[in-house]
Design a protein around this ligand. Structure first.
Ligand code: CP
Length: 324
């Protein structure tokens, strides 16, 4: 399903219409989106960036899986661009009564919703919706199974670029449950497009990824080897909701001892390496709490960048809407 999405997300003039995957988004567009996002960042204590680029438009947040960061940041991003934002309560939506996803979408289209922001546990749902919406409606993937989380990939790329924009010289290490992580997929796609120096994926063998999904990455099962001289280190949580059988997955203490990101394990990385985590974070399991709060950590910056990146994406598709 994913290989078709990269074409589906552009209109007949090559403009971004839906954001379904970072696959097929070239380096120039990635950098344009990051530059636009930078333009939405303001200093701490200043008022957040605002515009009216989406005034009169309506965004529906359809999160069929839990979320704090992505949902709240799409909500804030939409409001700060002047849109009406509808946060559908999926627990009380008619999907619980057996309504199909398409009937939910057609119902929202009939209420003149222009942008559908979709998170779903199943593969292919954002692309499926994109294939069925009317020409003026845009679909943004807010997290799809273990496949794709494109705005997370963009905000991670922006956070890394703020540390060091010379991607070709960077060693990036991602440690945790790579096999079930849509964040690892999207962030590594963006990094590969930018020509990252080296990407290392560190996990216990039971959580190691299919190497075909991560071309050019080095798959490692030892944190000391994986973190050696790394410039950027990202921890991921164990995605228990996607793991049917926990056989072979280390228990909490064993996991933290061997794969937890800590002040001790960070000694293998470069002294100025940054520590990232997409959240939600499980302190004491995949990351030591005091490391997450330390000066090396850019976890809060990732969250701030998340609003700016979503504003940039919404701004970009608003230009298409205006031209229809
Ligand atoms: N990183 C991320 O997608 O977080 P949420 O699940 O809170 O949206």
């Amino acid at each position: 399903m994913e290989q078709d999405d990269s074409k589906l997300q552009f209109d007949e003039n090559g403009n971004l219409r839906h954001l379904l995957s970072l696959k097929g988004i070239d380096a120039a567009l990635l950098m344009d989106l990051l530059d636009d996002a930078e333009g939405h960042l303001t200093a701490p204590g200043e008022l957040p960036s605002r515009s009216q680029s989406l005034a009169g438009r309506t965004i529906a947040n359809l999160f069929f899986e839990p979320s704090t960061r992505t949902r709240a940041s799409f909500d804030l991003a939409g409001r700060r661009l002047g849109a009406d934002v509808l946060n559908l309560d999926v627990n009380t939506s008619s999907r619980k009564k057996g309504e199909s996803i398409l009937d939910t979408i057609y119902t929202l289209e009939a209420m003149q919703v222009d942008v559908m922001v979709v998170r779903d546990a199943s593969d292919g749902v954002p692309a499926y919706i994109a294939r069925h919406v009317k020409d003026h409606v845009c679909v943004l993937n807010a997290g799809e199974s273990d496949i794709s989380h494109p705005t997370q990939g963009l905000l991670d790329l922006l956070t890394i670029r703020q540390h060091n924009a010379d991607f070709g010289k960077l060693i990036v290490a991602i440690v945790g449950d790579i096999q079930h992580s849509r964040v690892a997929m999207s962030t590594s796609q963006a990094l590969r497009t930018m020509g990252v120096g080296e990407l290392r994926l560190i996990s216990p063998p039971a959580l190691a990824p299919d190497p075909n999904k991560f071309p050019d990455a080095r798959i490692v099962d030892n944190i000391a080897d994986g973190l050696e001289d790394a410039d950027v280190v990202m921890a991921l949580r164990i995605q228990r909701e996607r793991i049917g059988n926990l056989d072979g997955v280390p228990g909490i203490d064993e996991y933290f001892a061997n794969f937890g990101l800590s002040h001790e394990s960070m000694k293998f990385a470069k002294p100025d390496a940054i520590v990232m985590h997409p959240g939600p974070m499980n302190r004491g399991i995949e990351i030591e709490g005091t490391l997450a709060d330390s000066s090396q950590s850019v976890i809060s910056r990732q969250v701030t960048n998340g609003v700016a990146v979503r504003m940039a994406v919404l701004d970009r598709i608003s230009k298409i809407m205006g031209s229809r």
